[in-house]
Design a protein around this ligand. Structure first.
Ligand code: ZN
Length: 56
């Protein structure tokens, strides 16, 4: 299981993206990947939950 830090992370290549402002509706990764920010956040939350389950 991956136990990385709980920071915003892209769902494509794993790059950390911390500068996403609330006004940005689309998550844009440095690799060129784009996805709706809400979808990206939901995926990150799911991953975070899985990590916590793994730790407990
Ligand atoms: Zn990427």
């Amino acid at each position: 299981m991956d136990r990385g830090e709980s920071v915003p992370q892209s769902t494509c290549c794993g790059r950390v993206k911390e500068s996403l402002s609330l006004s940005e509706r689309t998550f844009r990764c440095e690799c060129g990947f784009e996805r709706d920010r809400d979808v990206n956040a939901a995926i990150n939350i799911k991953h975070e939950g899985m990590k916590r389950l793994a730790i407990v």
